[in-house]
Design a protein around this ligand. Sequence first.
Ligand SMILES: CC(C)(COP(=O)(O)OP(=O)(O)OC[C@H]1O[C@@H](n2cnc3c(N)ncnc32)[C@H](O)[C@@H]1OP(=O)(O)O)[C@@H](O)C(=O)NCCC(=O)NCCS
Length: 310
Amino acid sequence: MSPVRQSFRGKELKPSESLKIDAFSMRIADIEGVELDRLHALSLSVGWPHRAEDWQFLRETGHGFVALDEIGRVLGSAMWFEHGPDFATVGMVITSPRLQTLGAAQWLMQRVFDKIPQRDLRLNATRAARRLYLSLDFQPEKTVYQCQGIARVPTTESPAEAPGDIRILDASDIPATIALDAAGFGVKRPALIERLFAHSVGYGLFDGNKLTAFALCRPFGRGHVVGPVVAESDADAVAILRPHVADHSGTFLRVDTHMDSGEFAAFLSHAAMPVFDTVLTMSLGKRLADFAARGEASPKTYALASQTLG
Ligand SMILES: CC(C)(COP(=O)(O)OP(=O)(O)OC[C@H]1O[C@@H](n2cnc3c(N)ncnc32)[C@H](O)[C@@H]1OP(=O)(O)O)[C@@H](O)C(=O)NCCC(=O)NCCS
């Protein structure tokens, strides 16, 4: 059947070249009850690599809101991840491309602020989101380099003597990993590290019985992501990353790092994981420097758990 045709005095009328659609309203809902497929469709709409399983992991790890239209379509999201009573990270802030620049992200962020008032916040802002977060008083901190590619163990370098024993981590290493992660990140994240352990293979560098560096690696997006990586020196960070690169040689591997130079950054580029994009770490409340460990040999975070988690 042909569509309804309009006519006037027997003459067919051409359909108008434009159509005004009424603005619609959105309601806020807890991210918990939303079908994973719908969340996945939202992140795909902005070109993000998350799989449904990655959303599920994030949902189990944190909290969030979604913006829904009248028929339950997911048009926006914002999540937060609490670590202790005073601190949280924010991530998965997305609004559907058709709705961008209309204030939806501001609205979602205000709801997040209402839920976690008084906390120090940290996030990693895409270029598209910088203005949003600046208008919410977040302060720029430092660049995150998203390094990725089909990994291969560099053939150009001869690996330095391992600065200790490297072995696969098991559940008995969780407390030491939590402590080392806290020294690098500035905040203790026991629940997150335990959850990451359940999804990751981890290598640890040991000086006797003492864990001095670690790197976790888990499935994510198009392949695997390595993070967190925490170590006291570039050489240790490279030593602990190398076995993951070997394990995933020939497949897609990603590392998000603040390191713009030095041995670790050079290793990533030699391992066929060049910089693909950058984001900006921003904070609200306490600054990054306020969380930094003091001292020469203090452990540093060489790779984030992920852009979303920090
Ligand atoms: C970043 C993103 C969440 C912003 O969502 P949004 O709904 O467009 O944001 P809002 O409409 O609430 O805008 C917030 C502010 O940013 C400004 N803004 C938003 N998009 C802009 C653009 N493309 N160019 C210039 N300014 C822009 C708005 O004018 C507003 O500024 P103001 O507070 O000074 O008035 C959205 O673009 C998005 O989902 N992008 C892809 C995913 C992404 O990068 N997420 C960020 C993760 S950190």
